[in-house]
Design a protein around this ligand. Structure first.
Ligand SMILES: Cc1cc2nc3c(=O)[nH]c(=O)nc-3n(C[C@H](O)[C@H](O)[C@H](O)COP(=O)(O)OP(=O)(O)OC[C@H]3O[C@@H](n4cnc5c(N)ncnc54)[C@H](O)[C@@H]3O)c2cc1C
Length: 325
């Protein structure tokens, strides 16, 4: 029976939400196509994640343990994934699409002589192939792609599927792994957190983003207050990361991050296609803009036409009242 192996990246003591989304979809595909579903955790202490993986349907969770995996390091991670895919005998390998997996997927495919479909918005299994839809040209076009081979790798954009539980009794399968010390030429010494709410943009359920309509520090502070109230993260358009009002790491869009929260606030953002490419997968979009013809309203679930400096304080007060009630 063919096997689908889902890699579950971890951070801050949790499996990434986007990984649980991929696992949930892989579970559906495994059941539909008669495949065996297995998961893989590579971490300095992977056994603590087995219970969560089983909650989302993975009965067998391969674990690779090494202190090196406290931080993301390309070289040993590629070696660990290559070894785990070979040992498990998986035909299909699925992972969330994130900075860390973008870094390694090409090298992993080359080592395995595998087919690879990176950064897809949806995927299915047809016989021995993966077929997928992949946003290209700033997400203006969805390209249908297909890959066959002894092994096929696919990485999936966050927010493409819901993470849904389907508990099974899970057990860990500890894989023996010795990294090739000579191949590790770079170490990650420190991750510097930028200002903001501290919530990871790519994983946040709520994102409050500002554009050129946000003119100053006071405006940015309002966005940070709203984000903090909703345990969300702060994002930005390129116009205001370039001006220096928001950090470069907050940029959302074609040349920034791709986010897919449950709720996205676009505050003073016009809705240029390059920005929309990074947030159109959001479930609910609230746009605040003084121009009723701003393109962002074409994508918005709810639109508030008016001056953001008048609307934001009211919104923040009302949400505070609801939270206090
Ligand atoms: C190759 C390339 C890649 C790019 N990549 C990205 C990317 O990754 N991300 C990105 O965001 N952009 C990107 N851009 C830039 C993009 O084309 C737009 O220029 C940018 O998104 C515009 O940012 P904005 O919406 O904040 O500003 P603007 O287009 O200037 O819009 C500002 C909006 O704020 C509204 N406004 C003004 N004052 C107020 C107020 N007081 N209250 C309410 N509303 C107000 C205005 O009505 C207007 O709609 C890219 C461009 C290129 C060419």
């Amino acid at each position: 029976m063919s096997k689908i192996l889902v890699y579950l990246p971890t951070a801050d003591g949790k499996i990434k939400r986007s990984a649980l989304e991929v696992l949930s979809h892989a579970r559906v595909l495994a059941s539909k196509n008669g495949l065996t579903l297995e998961a893989l955790v590579v971490d300095e202490n992977p056994s603590v994640f087995v219970e969560t993986a089983a909650k989302y349907g993975a009965a067998t969770v391969h674990t690779v343990q090494n202190p090196l995996f406290k931080q993301h390091l390309n070289a040993p991670l590629i070696q660990a994934l290559e070894s785990a895919i070979k040992t498990s005998g998986a035909k299909f390998f699925a992972t969330p699409s994130m900075e860390a997996t973008k870094d390694i997927l090409g090298a992993l495919a080359a080592k395995l002589n595998a087919g690879v479909l990176p950064d897809v918005a949806s995927f299915d299994i047809e016989g021995d192939a993966i077929v997928a839809l992949r946003p290209v040209m700033a997400a203006k076009v969805l390209q249908k792609v297909k890959s066959t081979g002894n092994v096929v790798l696919v990485s999936v954009r966050s927010g493409s599927y819901d993470a849904s539980e389907a508990p099974v009794s899970g057990s860990a399968n500890t894989l023996t792994f010795e990294p090739d010390a000579n191949s590790i030429k770079a170490f990650l010494r420190e991750i510097l957190k930028t200002a903001g709410t501290g919530v990871d943009l790519s994983e946040a359920n709520v994102v409050v983003s500002g554009g050129r309509g946000v003119k100053d520090e006071d405006g940015r502070k309002m966005l940070e207050d709203l984000a903090a109230l909703m345990n969300g993260a702060v994002g930005a358009s390129r116009a205001v990361t370039e001006s220096g009002l928001f950090p470069a790491t907050a940029q959302i869009g074609q040349t920034g991050k791709v986010v897919s929260p449950d709720l996205y606030f676009a505050v003073g953002i016009s809705g240029a296609i390059q920005h929309v490419a990074g947030m159109s997968n959001s479930k609910v979009i609230v746009a605040i803009n003084k121009d009723p013809d701003a393109p962002i309203f074409q994508y918005a679930t709810y639109g508030l036409v008016g001056d953001l400096y008048k609307i934001m304080p009211i919104l923040i007060e009302e949400i505070k009242k609801i939270k206090a009630a």
